[in-house]
Design a protein around this ligand. Structure first.
Ligand code: NA7
Length: 291
């Protein structure tokens, strides 16, 4: 028997993830703050609930993937006296959050879930919206191994690999560290391209050499094309990368670790975000030098 699935958050990532679950034969009930964004999922066989709470009350396995910590807190605990999803979860249910939030928030959710006999996994993802569409995400998971085993039929539909990294909070910690590196890699490439261009050379040449060298990386393969073309159509939006860099800096402060390079990236991404009129991919950091 497949568990009934509740899915909250049908953004760039959540929509394709929920569509893949439907395609694999799971019964999926969804809720999204902006109801119109649920149309495609409903057309594919999803059931639309009228609130996050209704989704949670009617599922064996809840998945959330929303923008940031305040969005997740609103979904789980509600606002203006309106109850959130968390207290509606059934005893024995599994709840997996795939948003990227702070490890502290993951642990707070885990504690609240434990009181209700709900098993919680913090399971942020990487792989971009294309990975979500193809069902090839990577899940970085904090929580209990037995619960992950039970989650595997769903993880295997949405992702190609998952890592059990430790207790609750561990998934978010690794995810923040990883995104700090991605932010730095793309920013470093943008800086180097600015240097090469200022010297009167073609930045394409730099990319060509990089791709044949030890410096080669998957993220640079993909993002160098955006930087060269000046096409910053959001795949992983800059606003979310900045959120993750901010969360990494908060975590570093809590732990007493100094991260000077990440602090520099925070300033650069922050400056681009302040000037941007539209939503753009984080490769839009190149605008700092274009300007
Ligand atoms: P998107 O495409 O910006 O989607 C964000 C989703 O979060 C979308 O469904 C939003 O609903 C929802 N959201 C945002 N704020 C709220 C509040 N306050 N209450 C309820 N729902 C909310 O992001 P991605 O899908 O790319 O990424 C999602 C997460 O994965 C994020 O943490 C990334 O860092 C990784 P809307 O449609 O705007 O009404």
């Amino acid at each position: 028997m497949k568990p009934s699935v509740g899915f909250i958050g049908l953004g760039l990532m959540g929509k394709p993830m929920s569509l893949n679950l439907l395609k694999a034969g799971f019964a999926v009930t969804v809720w999204n703050r902006t109801a119109s964004r649920a149309e495609e999922v409903v057309a594919a066989g999803g059931t639309l609930a009228t609130s996050a709470r209704e989704v949670a009350a009617n599922c064996d396995f809840l998945i959330t993937i929303v923008s940031d910590p305040p969005a997740l807190e609103e979904v789980l605990w509600g606002t203006n006296g309106q109850g959130g999803a968390l207290s509606a979860l059934k005893s024995g249910a599994i709840y997996m959050d795939s948003s990227t939030v702070s490890p502290d928030l993951a642990r707070k959710i885990a504690a609240a879930c434990a009181k209700q006999k709900v098993r919680f996994l913090d399971a942020p993802v990487t792989g971009g919206d294309w990975g979500a569409r193809k069902g090839e995400l990577l899940f970085m998971i904090g929580g209990d191994g037995e619960t992950i085993k039970e989650a595997e039929p769903l993880l295997g539909v949405m992702g190609k690999k998952w890592f059990h990294l430790g207790p609750n909070g561990a998934g978010q910690t690794i995810k923040l560290a990883m995104n700090a590196i991605l932010a730095l890699q793309v920013e470093a490439l943008a800086e180097a391209m600015a240097l090469v261009s200022a010297a009167g050379l073609q930045p394409e040449k730099l990319v060509e050499v990089m791709q044949s060298s030890m410096a080669r990386s998957g993220v640079l393969d993909v993002k160098s094309q955006n930087l060269l073309k000046g096409d910053y159509t959001p795949s992983f939006p800059l606003r979310l990368m900045l959120k993750d860099v901010n969360l990494a800096m908060e975590l570093a402060k809590e732990l007493g670790v100094t991260l000077p390079a990440v602090a520099a990236a925070q300033a650069t991404y922050g400056a681009v975000k302040r000037d941007a009129k539209e939503d753009m991919d984080y490769s839009g950091v190149m605008r700092f030098w274009k300007k």
